[in-house]
Ligand binder design. Structure first.
Ligand SMILES: CC(C)(COP(=O)(O)OP(=O)(O)OC[C@H]1O[C@@H](n2cnc3c(N)ncnc32)[C@H](O)[C@@H]1OP(=O)(O)O)[C@@H](O)C(=O)NCCC(=O)NCCS
Length: 246
């Protein structure tokens, strides 16, 4: 179910996880907000997850006046692969595609790395924290199950143990993305994310994309430290709001 005048839709996945009627929409504008709210009323939505451009403060303030609460700010970073050389990487981890039978080992890395993460789900005190943890683990599980044969799901191994994972995808003929990645907390701060970025850039180049994009939360300082050192540039961002109807 969705509305024609905006891209708001009912989110089955959120309903299943949190047990409440949930709608989602990206790109809210002053013009589309009334029809989004009307859609939520008609569909008896309890929670609306709504994103608007971070450069449109007018809609952000309008949403705030209507009881929308800010939950996170998602920022997108881009690197032009035709202009940058992939840096040399002397990391100790061994990177390779995940193998059949390793899903549960990868899932336990995803569970530990995203426990208590600071995305919009965790920021909402009305949502069960354990269920919020499951969001990212499920993404990893689904991405693993639907991975193609083009080596887009890598793990990092140290002394025979999987310590990190990273998922790459193609968004358009010109653009690739490091879509999801997590490092086990025991192995963070050792440059493994930096190595993953190198692998992601190599993968994108092998698919002939001209640029690579990565999104993260504005308060994810570790990721942005690495991205800015690589020469990634911020290209756009969204405020994520939650609106509860009760
Ligand atoms: C964010 C994450 C991917 C970084 O991976 P990592 O392998 O630890 O990163 P690196 O070792 O390359 O370190 C990156 C830099 O951030 C710093 N850093 C690490 N954790 C940090 C934190 N919580 N706050 C501030 N800086 C931090 C490191 O010290 C390092 O900076 P330095 O070189 O000045 O010392 C990893 O911490 C992680 O998996 N976090 C949970 C899941 C996540 O955020 N995934 C990415 C979603 S976009």
């Amino acid at each position: 179910m969705s509305s024609a005048s905006s891209n708001v839709f009912l989110s089955d996945i959120d309903k299943e996880r949190f047990g409440i009627q949930t709608a989602r929409v990206v790109g809210v504008t002053i013009e589309s907000l009334p029809s989004i709210l009307e859609f939520c009323r008609k569909e008896q939505v309890k929670l609306l997850i709504a994103r608007c451009s971070m450069s449109d403060l007018k809609i952000a303030q309008t949403m705030e006046k209507k009881g929308f609460l800010l939950m996170d700010t998602l920022v997108y970073y881009t690197l032009d692969l035709t202009k940058r050389k992939i840096p040399s990487d002397n990391g100790t981890a061994h990177f390779r595609p995940i193998r059949a039978g390793e899903e549960e080992e990868m899932v336990s890395v995803a569970t530990e790395s995203f426990r208590g993460y600071f995305g919009h789900y965790h920021a909402d005190p009305r949502l069960d924290n354990n269920k919020c943890d499951e969001v990212y683990v499920d993404w990893a599980r689904k991405a693993c199950a639907s991975r193609g044969s083009d080596e887009n799901f890598l793990v990092a191994e140290i002394e025979g143990r999987i310590v990190a994972f990273g998922v790459f995808r193609i968004n358009s003929p010109d653009e690739g993305e490091l879509f999801l990645g997590g490092i086990h907390p025991d192995f963070q701060g050792q440059g493994i994310y930096l190595s993953f970025l190198c692998r992601a850039m190599e993968w994108c180049l092998s698919k002939n994309t001209r640029r690579i994009v990565i999104s993260t939360q504005l308060n994810n300082i570790a990721v942005q430290k690495v991205l800015t050192r690589f020469g990634f540039e911020i290209s756009r961002g969204y405020y994520t709001y939650h609106k509860w109807f009760d």
